[in-house]
Design a protein around this ligand. Structure first.
Ligand SMILES: Cc1cc2nc3c(=O)[nH]c(=O)nc-3n(C[C@H](O)[C@H](O)[C@H](O)COP(=O)(O)OP(=O)(O)OC[C@H]3O[C@@H](n4cnc5c(N)ncnc54)[C@H](O)[C@@H]3O)c2cc1C
Length: 468
């Protein structure tokens, strides 16, 4: 049995483990064993449905040391006018390249793909391969880059009963169903989040009429407007968006008022003006995607699906008659599963979590950088308040995201080494602000953020006090 002695054992070679390791070894000479039960890095992207893309631009996703994509603004399609978003195969190939061209050549990283991290005993951490062979690792610290529990329809069974003969598919299987030719029965998309939105969008792009799509939405969702999640040449609108959010947060009289103000400035968007959303999972939409999705008018709001039968759908609050040949697409998994916030830095254990809302690789990379500094754990945690996606599973998640995001940003502003790191980090959405300092729109927005930021934090703390 092989035993390896290293500084860090990083469990999980998804985006979190990869971004953490890349930033850690860039800032230190630490040695790392990176382990994953999958053979290749990239985590859940290896199992993603074929038409998935990043929610954010590739321009600030991945790791710091290697570009993802070409920093190109799309000229056509539903993402026109915004930076390109990588597909799942592009992301997987990218992470393999990161491994082969950055991590392994550093001489600091050993990758053990196809190994399960199976716990620890007095001989060290047990890493077990598919054939049962064991490797032992003794490490100064463990990095749990498996904590965020990403769920995908392809790997999670449906939470409802399916009658024999009823057609229920995952988004991955849907691609083959549609490819097989015209269908008589139409489609029912089950789920309210981004996977369901992606599926409804993709179906329409394949020529399925909106009238042939039924959308079961147990709850409605606040989506983030992708206009304001841009970088580089589109930095100015992004910073103007942040100024609008801080202004809304500083001026809001209560939480209802906060959401009214945020929607009025287009920061958050909903599918149906008549229905108040009650959750936010940080998913983004372009205006064009929103409008396409709004074309689907057969929306079922009768709670969760309990049973898919042949010719009927049984929900919490009633039954809907369906066409016998109807294809049901199960989009009910949560994407990011519920992982309760916990300290990022503990004795011998690091648990990377989002510290900038919805931006996991950025957050993991900053955690890797902080770990390489000589701060103690208490100080590192002061700079790393987890900003989970989702936090409470309620509509308050967006308000919490703004509050916790502002708390971290304010803390980072006072640390010169973090400021310098932010300036050179390709994962930092606002790294190009310095290139736009002559723009009067940017100047106005920056001055709004400076003057309203403190008030926004104080007011949000007051408004969210009952939810602590
Ligand atoms: C459709 C979709 C779009 C998204 N778009 C964005 C986006 O635009 N921007 C963004 O920041 N985030 C986005 N996300 C969030 C996304 O989940 C993260 O960006 C990131 O990919 C999560 O990576 P992770 O490493 O935390 O988890 P995972 O990808 O789940 O990786 C965890 C890894 O740990 C391994 N593992 C688990 N347990 C063990 C064990 N015991 N032993 C060995 N290995 C183990 C798994 O095999 C896996 O490879 C999106 C998510 C989805 C579902």
């Amino acid at each position: 049995m092989r035993t390896l002695e290293v500084d860090y054992l990083v469990a999980g070679a998804g985006a979190t483990g990869m971004a953490f390791t890349d930033a850690l070894i860039a800032a230190s000479d630490a040695s790392v064993v990176l382990v994953d039960r999958r053979e290749s890095p990239g985590g859940h992207w290896n199992d993603a449905y074929p038409f998935v893309r990043l929610h954010q631009p590739s321009a600030f996703y991945g790791v710091n040391s290697l570009h993802l994509g070409d920093d190109r603004v799309d000229e056509s399609g539903l993402n026109a006018g915004y930076y390109e978003q990588a597909t799942a195969p592009e992301i997987c190939q990218y992470f393999s390249q990161v491994l082969e061209e950055v991590l392994l050549p550093s001489g600091q990283v050993t990758f053990l793909g196809g190994h399960e991290h199976a716990g620890e005993d007095h001989k060290g951490h047990r890493l077990v391969s598919g054939s049962g062979a064991e490797v032992r690792v003794r490490a100064r610290k463990v990095v749990d880059a498996t904590y965020l529990h990403t769920e995908l329809p392809a790997t999670h069974p449906p939470g409802f009963e399916i009658e024999s003969g009823a057609r229920v598919v995952t988004p991955t299987e849907l691609v083959d169903v549609v490819g097989d030719g015209p269908l008589a029965g139409g489609f029912t998309v089950i789920g309210a989040g981004k996977t369901a939105a992606d599926t409804c969008t993709w179906l329409q792009q394949q020529g399925v009429a909106a009238a042939d799509i039924r959308w079961v939405r147990p709850r409605d969702v606040w989506f983030l407007n992708r206009t304001f999640i841009q970088s580089l040449d589109l930095t100015v609108p992004m910073i103007e968006g942040l100024a609008a959010v801080y202004t809304a947060a500083a001026d809001a009289e209560d939480l209802d008022d906060l959401y009214v103000r945020a929607e009025a400035t287009d920061q958050i968007m909903r599918l149906d003006r008549e229905v108040e959303p009650d959750m936010c999972h940080g998913a983004t939409l372009s205006r064009a995607e929103l409008e396409l999705l709004q074309g689907i008018t057969d929306v079922v709001r009768m709670g969760r699906v309990r049973r898919v039968g042949v010719g009927e759908l049984v929900l919490d609050q009633g039954t809907v008659t369906t066409r016998p040949q109807e294809v049901h697409v199960n989009c009910t998994t949560r994407g990011l599963g519920w992982a309760p916030p916990k300290p990022v830095f503990e004795d011998g254990l690091i648990t990377p979590q989002p510290t900038r809302y919805g931006m996991l690789p950025f957050s993991a990379a900053l955690t890797g950088f902080l770990e390489a500094t000589d701060r103690d754990d208490q100080d590192k945690n002061r700079l790393s308040h987890p900003n989970p996606v989702p936090r409470t599973g309620s509509r308050l998640d967006w308000a919490w995201a703004v509050y916790l995001g502002a708390v971290n940003e304010v803390a980072w502003q006072r640390e010169p080494d973090i400021q310098a790191w932010l300036q050179r980090s390709r994962l930092n959405i606002s790294r190009a602000v310095v290139e736009h300092l002559d723009d009067p729109h940017l100047q106005r927005a920056v001055s709004t953020i400076a003057s309203r930021g403190r008030g926004a934090v104080d007011n949000l703390r007051r408004l969210l006090a009952d939810d602590q």
